[in-house]
Design a protein around this ligand. Structure first.
Ligand code: SF4
Ligand code: SF4
Length: 89
């Protein structure tokens, strides 16, 4: 008896990996580090520079690892970071 192929319905190729682009609004940031702590892929770290309030905003050190999960946006108390989906080339 033939085995049905369930992993590739209708011959669709493997779905692409979701990737995100990180946007940081540095002037809103209070340097709490929550986004850095909660990012599951270690995309972020606090930068050495200061914003005008004297806080260290995050910087994306591994931007290619962002999967657009949205944890950083959800956890940020200052609405200072968000991401949007980008398509693989
Ligand atoms: S969207 Fe997810 S993977 Fe991307 S920077 Fe934010 S927490 Fe990290
Ligand atoms: S969670 Fe928001 S306020 Fe805290 S370091 Fe990240 S961007 Fe800045």
């Amino acid at each position: 008896m033939a085995i049905r192929q369930r992993n590739r319905p209708f011959g669709i190729e493997k779905p692409g990996v979701v990737r995100g682009k990180v946007v940081i609004i540095e002037e809103r940031c209070k340097g709490c580090g929550f986004c850095v702590e909660y990012c599951p892929n270690d995309v972020l770290k606090l930068s050495d520079k200061f914003n005008s309030k004297g806080y260290h905003p995050p910087v994306a050190i591994n931007p290619e690892s962002c999967v657009n999960c949205g944890f950083c946006r959800m956890i940020c108390p200052e609405f200072a970071i968000y991401t949007f989906e980008i398509k693989d080339e």
